[in-house]
Design a protein around this ligand. Structure first.
Ligand code: ARG
Length: 562
């Protein structure tokens, strides 16, 4: 519709391009002022006339177009009133296409998203839950726009901490206990190591020696390390299964251990490396940053070295047009440094690397259940949410079929929606009452709205409605408002992808759900009059489709009944 109005105006004003007009075109603050407003102030200079007069002249020249019901001059603004029937028809036609909201802009391009990436032998905590949820949503959003996305789990599975764990295991570890308690048992001996190393410095030397053995390919060292890794992965995969999320690659830091040498060589050749007290760094003071550490005194590589090796490997393997890293804000400097080093190495694709940071998770009110040592496991939160929803269902709707499946979808949906309801950088506040409130701005509310739409269609015995409907019966405010919301979807998806902000999608889903509920209360759907009924059912079908699609972009499933 906007395009139509732009073209219409353009045919009367030669002096402005279509883009100029589009930029100037506003949505008026009140419905009495029409659907679009065109300010004539910029034309005053060109025509050397008062804006009000220009608006009046234009209004008189303009012959009513079929899609407009009225044009008014309002203090230098031209207000356009779109013909509601035409408008409804247009929106319904546009939003009935397959993959509505998507596009083919990404065809032939690959985006790598590096997210989740927990640290082996450590618990998968709430912070890692955020990167997992945000990364997965970005994957869905870019896929909808036609990009091929590689979902990469850059596991933290290499580094000196594994030397410490091996020492701890050999001294105080118990095989059965680790087999039984998994990561929790590994964390316990890791803590013990640090306590003991306070008293006995030599333990640190032992740990370094074991990590050196790992780097040299020592079989014993590697087989213990591999065992720790397998145990951790079993737990991480349990969490991914709960979330219904998958990865294309689990190539973590250890995958690059034989590729860091070449990076160091290349940095040397390119004269970027400087020795500093036995270590090697790339100085970045020219760019107002601390130096990027490349190798430690003992020659071992670090996190940044492996990230450099990883991105070179990814460029070669996937030829990405973007490589996105989703981590907490505290790693901002790390990414700025390592992107700069890639730039200094002369790679013109350094500007294709993007750090997508997010804020912390903080707890409000009710305690989150914790295991020993007060660490909060993502898995526990997800299970707790599912259990709580299960209780609510038991209380409110005990005869619901597939209660477990519904509790799973809604419990997980509640956590994801809460995580993605604000800008990433904002802290997420965890409050069970708010998150699970079926009447609040929550996942359950949107899912409930979806189930309501599904139930209307079930009762009508219909799941599709063609376009052969009478549009004149859906020009009431509630219907028009809902259709307007729906029509924003393509812009919304595009905007979310450009800003890499899933909250733009969740806010949209919320607006559609709210507009639908208003429509549902104001417009009776299953009425005698077949014409009205079919037109309204068409709106229900569209709403249902779009809610499911929008929630799927967040990683949320919709039960058909709630
Ligand atoms: N393992 C890291 C952590 O838990 C995140 C890794 C992010 N990805 C990367 N390529 N550095 O903090």
């Amino acid at each position: 519709m906007k395009q139509k109005v732009v073209e219409f105006i353009s045919s009367y004003i030669e002096e402005l391009t279509n883009e100029d007009i589009e930029k100037l075109l506003e949505i008026p603050p009140k419905p009495e002022m029409g659907d679009f407003a065109f300010p004539c102030f910029r034309l005053a200079k060109i025509y050397r006339k008062a804006p009000q007069m220009i608006a009046e002249d234009l209004k008189n020249q303009m012959e009513q177009a079929e899609f407009l019901s009225k044009i008014e001059n309002n203090g230098g603004y031209l207000n356009f009133f779109v013909d509601k029937e035409q408008f409804a028809k247009e929106i319904i036609k546009q939003s009935s296409v397959p993959n509505f909201g998507g596009s083919t802009e990404g065809e032939g391009q690959t985006i790598c998203i590096d997210y989740s990436s927990p640290n082996v032998a450590k618990n998968f905590h709430v912070g890692h839950l955020r990167t997992t949820i945000i990364g997965n949503s970005l994957y869905k959003i870019f896929s909808k726009l036609g990009y091929h996305v590689e979902r990469i789990n850059h596991l933290g599975d290499w580094g000196t901490q594994f030397g410490k764990l091996i020492v701890a295991y050999k001294k105080w570890g118990n095989k059965e206990e680790i087999e039984r308690d998994g990561v929790e048992a590994l964390m316990k001996i890791y803590v013990k190591f640090h306590e003991e190393a306070e008293k006995d410095e030599s333990l640190n030397d032992e740990a370094r020696a074991w990590f050196a053995k790992m780097e040299q390919g020592n079989e014993e060292a590697l087989s213990i390390w591999q065992w720790f890794k397998d145990i951790s992965l079993v737990e991480y995969k349990r969490t991914y299964k709960l979330l219904n999320m998958e990865f294309d690659s689990y190539n973590g830091e250890s995958f690059y251990r034989d590729k860091t040498g070449a990076v160091v060589e290349e940095l040397k050749e390119k004269n970027l490396l400087v020795e500093s007290e036995g270590a090697y760094i790339v100085p970045l003071d020219e760019y107002n940053m601390a130096p990027c550490l490349i190798t430690k005194k003992d020659g071992s590589s670090i996190y940044a070295t492996r990230d450099l090796a990883a991105v070179l490997y990814r460029k070669k393997t996937y030829n990405f047009s973007k490589c996105i890293y989703v981590t907490g804000l505290e790693q901002k400097l790390h990414f700025a440094q390592f992107f700069k080093v890639i730039d200094l190495m002369g790679y013109d694709w350094a500007d294709q690397l993007v750090h997508v940071p997010y804020g912390l998770v903080s707890l409000e009110g009710g305690k989150l259940s914790t295991r020993n040592g007060n660490v909060i496991y993502a898995e526990d939160i997800l299970r707790e949410s599912i259990d709580k929803i299960r209780e609510i269902i038991e209380e409110k709707n005990p005869n619901l079929p597939d209660k477990d499946e519904v509790a799973h979808k809604v419990g997980i949906g509640a956590i994801i929606f809460n995580d993605l309801y604000n800008q990433r950088i904002k802290d997420v506040i965890f409050n069970w009452d708010k998150i699970l409130n079926f009447d609040g701005e929550t996942g359950p509310y949107v899912q409930y709205t979806y189930a309501r739409a599904a139930s209307v269609l079930r009762k009508a015995g219909i799941d599709q409605v063609g376009e052969d409907i009478d549009y004149s019966v859906i020009t009431d405010d509630a219907s028009m408002n809902l259709l307007k919301e729906i029509s924003r979807y393509p812009e919304v998806v595009k905007d979310a992808s450009e800003k890499m902000e899933p909250f733009i999608i969740s806010r949209f889903a919320m607006s559609v759900a709210q507009a639908f509920n208003k429509f549902y209360h104001e417009c009776q759907i299953n009425v005698e009059d077949e014409t009205i009924k079919m037109a309204r059912l068409k709106i229900v079908v569209l709403t249902k489709t779009i809610l499911k699609d929008a929630l799927s972009l967040l990683g949320i499933d919709c039960p058909e009944q709630m």
